[in-house]
Design a protein around this ligand. Sequence first.
Ligand SMILES: [Zn+2]
Length: 72
Amino acid sequence: MDASKYYKLEGDKLVRTHRSCPKCGPSYFLANHYDRSSCGKCGYTVFKRKGIAKGKTTRRAPRKRMKSIDGS
Ligand SMILES: [Zn+2]
């Protein structure tokens, strides 16, 4: 298997462009998808979360405090 396409040379550093599968070993790389990486062998999938990854994010509609202007 030609692994060279899974690396790129950045300056004098070899940078991994693909993640390897933690289950199958470092010689198995995860296929890159736009929002996730998955192993073609065992099906291991890692989801990529860009930006908003702050632990638990319970998504609720933000509560807006409306000032009652007319003071009813
Ligand atoms: Zn795997």
